[in-house]
Design a protein around this ligand. Sequence first.
Ligand SMILES: [Zn+2]
Length: 335
Amino acid sequence: MATRKKYKLKFGVKFIIFLIIVGVIGFFVYDAYQKDLAYKNSHKYKLLQKGYKEDIVNLFMDKLTDEQEEDLLTRDYDEFIPFFVNAQYFKYDNLDLYLEQVITKEKDFFKYHGTDGYDYDLLVGIVNTHANEENYSGNRKSDLSKGYGVLVNKHYSLDDYTPDDLESIPWKYRLGMENDKIQLRKDAYDAYLEMWEAAYEEDIYLLALSGYRSKKEQQSEYDYYYKLKGEKYAENIAARAGHSEHQTGLALDIYSKECALSDNFHKSKSYEWLVNNSYKYGYILRYPEGKEKITGFKYESWHYRYLGVELATKVHESGLTYDEYYEFYLANNNE
Ligand SMILES: [Zn+2]
C-alpha cells in the first residue's frame, strides 16, 4: 500500500508540474500573441510597413502627435516628409504647403537644391511666414493687439493706422536739418536715446535717419523708387503703403557719424555694435543678410525695429527673423 500511495503522490506531483508548464507556456504564447497584435496595430508598425526606415519612424514618434501620425498613415509614402518633420520650426498644419514648395521649386533647382539637398529650414521658414504666397495677396491685417510685437510685412497690412504717442528725435541724435522731423513712439524713442548714450560711451555716434512714416509718405517713397528704377527695384527696396514697418512708429533707420549714408554701413564698427547690443534696448536688426526670401527685403544693415527689451532679447537669441519668430511663437493659430 505504502509504495502505491507513494506512486500516486508522484503521479499527482508530475501532473501538477505538467499543468504548470502548460500554463506558463500558454501564458507566454498568449502574451506574445497579444503583444504582436498590439504591435501590428501600432502607428510604428504601420509606418514601417509604409516604407519609412526605423530611424525615420522614431523621428515621427518623437515629433508628431497621435493625430498627426494617423494623418500620415492616410498619405502615400513621401521621401520628403521626414526632412520637413526634422526641421526645427516645422508645423504639421503646413505640411502640404512645404511639399508643394519642393515641387514648384524644382524648376528653380540651383537656388534651392545645393550639393547636400534642399534647405528645408529655409523652405519651412518661407511657408511659415507666407513668403510662398504672392506678395500683398493674402489680405491679412496686422494684429495691433500684439502691441510692440505687431507684425507688418508684405503679408500683413496696417491700413490707416497712426500711432498717437509720437516724439520727435532731437537734432543731436539724428541726421537732417534742424527743422526736420524724425519721430518714434514714446517707448521706442526713450529706448533709442538710451541706446544712443550707451553707444556714445563707446565712441560710436549714432544718427537716426528715418523713423515714423505715414501711409501717404510711404506711398510717395514707393512711387519715388518706382519712377527712379522701375517696379522690380521699388518692390525690393520699399514696402507698399500700409505695409511698411515705419508706419508703426517703431522702426528706425540708423547710420552713424563714422559711416553716414553709405552702402558700407555693414562693415562699420557702429553696425557691429548695433548688431551685438541693440536688443538690450529693445531693437532688432529687421532685414538680415541671407533671409531675403523670408523678409521680402534686401539686406538692410541700418533698419532696426523696436519690440521692447524682453521680446527683442528672445528674437535675438532665436536667430530668427521677426517674421519667423512671430509666426512660430506669437501668431494666433486660428487666424
Ligand atoms: Zn527702414
